[in-house]
Design a protein around this ligand. Structure first.
Ligand SMILES: Nc1ncnc2c1ncn2[C@@H]1O[C@H](COP(=O)(O)OP(=O)(O)OP(=O)(O)O)[C@@H](O)[C@H]1O
Ligand SMILES: [Mg+2]
Length: 758
């Protein structure tokens, strides 16, 4: 097995310890994920059937990469390994076994938005104060209960929980939780936490099912074990109980999900659970330069609660870690964007070698603006990922309804979108009728004449029969034909087509892109079942940080530190290193929380392979006011031997009359529009498309009869651009303008709302 030469002796020993319980707790970049990957390949080479192997990863992307690597060693068989996140793997199992716990196999998965929307409806119906019972708060509370395997009924009966809620003045939480559970059940829906909760119920109440999976998954492996919660821990423990061939890897110093119920005890208890445990130590970091590894070690040594580990790097010493100060978040963005361009040409790197990491999602805005100004393509993980966009969710809601017409959240989303006269009052009537007649909402909608007044029934009826039509169609057609039909006949395509604003155009393109994806799916040769229902199961769990439609696109990655776990990039920027932002204000009250912030910083720092830049701004707008900011204490905690302070932050230059000089320079640097006359910048879905332009104050079109090639112009909606060609005769002169944000457009001057800038 030559491939094992790619491992050091301790990694290899861990791989070859194929039987019995194995644990590796080791620092970042030491090859934990690599050990799991090689271990799976090793098992298969030794003759273990891939169907008998279950690997649980932190993201689906990680699973995909792992599978690709294993395929290179063992070939096509690798596709039979069970591999994915806890949520995706157990959603798949639940689909097979759902009937045992009273769910249909086509149950819908509610994402966080759906869950919160349902909670809001319940709060409204119960007439509760939405400040005291804030939907986020309620959602988190229910989520925490589920992840600790406390069902609604237990929640209501537990005297300690009741006392706690009562003293906080929130004695209705138990009832909300109960109603929420019932409503999900009635809608044939599970939320994210249910996927684990119900798996536990299934495995506990159906020993024959437990036995089936215990004997099926003879080898279990879990990556990022430090971030498993109780519910996940128990699933793994149950499944491993017969064979005890379980291998977990993790790093207590990277535990960053305590707020979601992850429990570091799971690592610490592992020894108690499995007394004949084999423990392996990995100490060499293969990812980063010595400076980065040493800096990371000095950071984490400030935490009291940690297992002692040695981590060293034999790689080059590398650059010192650069610390950059900016005056504002916009300035910070600009400095980051400029260094990316600079380092890209200096070190011949690709855009995808760079990552910008931040503590909170909102910080992406300043970064995005700066990147757009310099035409740097980027992709955001989290926040506004493709499947979270409104238009995509709308169309998918129609798909969901087609397969599960009881899906209440999908129904609320699209019953009157595009508008079809079923306003809020009609929707209320439908829900009231469902309640009165003890029917499901869908039963009311599919025969409205029996339950609703004549007018309401007459607007509801066509909607019901449209969905029924979709259902018939979906039975006999492939995913693409069904999806296309639904996009057209629901009216979504037309509605977006008619919206000629820049945003409308983007939305229309996004829908097209989704349809393209479905088409690709329908044409795949490696799957037999190509209906839309199967496609839907594939995408149901595409969570924010995990959707990677085009992993090969050359884009800078932007993400929160939480989503960066396990990843690596040549160059990393950690931005917003300011007190009250990182560490976050909320963490300053307790040592435990501050230590979790520090672990988060450790995770961020250890993502970098070659070069790391830390930046902070001395002032920043937060919640509408401009605040002065102090640099983060975390910068001080790094041993100064590994730091290079770069405080030559440029002062804003005085306006020299040519205010676009800077943009123009970097613009032609990246795009070279004069040698390549047709740059295509408006990228597809992987890149975030620009927002509609906000015209300058007092925008008025100027006389364009003096327009010449090379002039800077501002368009009311398309923003700033440069004239690259003029053709035709007055009054029909057409200008080809290269807009910074949109790329090239041809405009008829007599209609264009343009202002000459210089
Ligand atoms: N023995 C080795 N020889 C060469 N490269 C290695 C070796 N071990 C690990 N690497 C490389 O080092 C990098 C880090 O490895 P890996 O991602 O497995 O570490 P990890 O411990 O899982 O890190 P993290 O804690 O961040 O998840 C990867 O690029 C991996 O391919
Ligand atoms: Mg890893």
């Amino acid at each position: 097995m030559d491939f094992l030469n790619g491992l050091n002796p301790s990694q290899r020993a861990a791989v070859e310890q194929a039987e019995g319980p194995v644990m590796i707790v080791a620092g970042a970049g030491s090859g934990k994920t690599r050990v799991i990957t090689y271990r799976v390949a090793y098992l298969i080479q030794k003759g273990v059937d891939p169907f008998n192997i279950l690997v649980l990863t932190f993201t689906n992307k990680a699973a995909k990469e792992m599978r690709e690597r294993i395929t290179r060693v063992v070939g096509g068989e690798a596709k039979n390994i069970w591999m994915g996140t806890f949520h995706s793997v157990f959603a798949k199992i639940l689909r097979v076994e759902a009937h045992l716990i009273g769910y249909p196999s086509n149950f819908t998965i509610y994402d966080t938005d759906d869950s919160k929307s349902l909670i809001r409806s319940i709060l409204k119906e119960m007439q509760l104060d939405d400040k005291l019972y804030n939907a986020n708060f309620v959602y988190n509370r229910i989520s925490a209960a589920k992840n600790n395997l406390i069902a609604a009924i237990e929640y209501q009966q537990n005297p300690q929980i009741q006392a706690e809620d009562q003293s906080a003045g929130r004695d209705k939480l138990g009832q909300i939780y109960m109603t929420y559970t019932q409503r999900c059940y009635k809608a044939g829906a599970m939320d994210f936490d249910d996927l684990l909760f119900k798996t536990n119920v299934l495995l506990k109440e159906h020993p024959e099912v437990l036995y089936k999976y215990q004997t099926k998954f003879r080898y279990l492996m879990v990556d990022e074990y430090q971030d498993t919660n109780f519910s996940q821990y128990l699933i793994v423990k149950r499944l491993a109980a017969i064979n005890e061939n379980i291998c977990v890897v993790g790093d207590d110093a990277q535990s960053i999900y305590a707020f979601r119920g992850a429990n570091i005890q799971n690592i610490l208890n592992f020894e108690k659970d499995y007394p004949d445990l084999h423990v392996f130590k990995l100490e060499q970091n293969y990812r980063s330069t010595q400076n980065i590894v040493n800096a990371a070690n000095s950071i984490i040594s400030n935490n009291k609660n940690q297992l002692k580990k040695n981590v060293f790097s034999d790689n080059e010493i590398g650059d010192k870690i650069k610390v950059v100060r900016a005056f504002s978040d916009n300035e910070e963005g600009k400095m980051v964007a400029e260094s990316i361009l600079q380092d890209r040409s200096l070190y011949s790197r690709n855009f995808k070698d760079f990552a910008i990491l931040y503590r909170t999602n909102a910080q992406s805005r300043a970064m995005e603006e700066a990147l757009r100004k310099l035409n740097i393509p980027y992709k955001i993980y989290g926040g506004t990922s493709f499947y979270q966009r409104k238009e995509i969710k709308d169309l998918i809601a129609y798909f969901r309804l087609t397969f599960n017409p009881n899906d209440e959240e999908a129904l609320k989303r699209v019953i009157n979108y595009p508008r079809r006269g079923i306003g809020d009052t009609s929707v209320d009537r439908i829900f009231i009728a469902a309640d009165q007649h003890q029917k499901s909402v869908w039963e009311i909608i599919s025969s409205p004449q029996d339950f609703l007044d004549g007018r309401t029934a007459s607007v509801v009826y066509p909607f019901g029969s449209m969905i029924q039509g979709f259902q018939v169609l979906a039975k006999n057609n492939n995913a693409y034909d069904t999806a296309m039909h639904i996009a057209q006949h629901s009216g979504i395509l037309k509605d977006l087509y008619e919206d000629k604003s820049v945003e409308g155009l983007n939305r229309y393109e996004n829908i097209q892109e989704l349809l393209n994806g479905i088409k690709e799916f329908s044409e795949r040769e490696d799957i037999e079942e190509k209906g839309l229902a199967v496609f839907m199961q594939d995408i149901a769990l595409l969570t924010n940080d995990d959707n990677d439609k085009n992993p090969n696109a050359d884009t800078v990655s932007l993400m929160t530190i939480h989503s960066s776990k396990g990843l690596e990039f040549s160059q990393v920027f950690i931005v917003g290193l300011e007190e009250n932002l990182f560490p976050s204000q909320l963490s300053l009250n307790s040592r435990t929380e501050l230590e979790e912030e520090r672990r988060l910083f450790y995770v961020a720092v250890t993502r970098a392979e070659k070069k790391l830049t830390l930046s902070y701004a001395t002032s920043r707008y937060r919640w509408g006011t401009l605040n002065n900011c102090e640099p983060s204490r975390f910068i001080d905690e790094i041993d100064p031997r590994y730091l290079a302070l770069d405080f030559q932050a440029p002062m804003p230059k005085p306006n020299n009359g040519d205010i676009f000089a800077k943009e123009r320079n970097s613009w032609s640097q990246t795009q070279d529009i004069f040698t390549k006359p047709k740059p295509k910048i408006a990228q597809k879905t992987t890149t975030i498309l620009p927002k509609a332009h906000q015209p300058s104050p007092g925008f008025t079109p100027s006389d364009t009869s003096t327009l010449q090639v090379g002039m800077e112009v501002e368009h009311e909606r398309f923003g700033f651009g440069k004239v690259i060609n003029l053709e035709g005769n007055k009054p029909d002169v057409k200008a080809t303008i290269f807009f910074k944000e949109l790329g090239q457009k041809q405009l008829l001057l007599k209609f264009a709302k343009l202002r000459i800038v210089n």
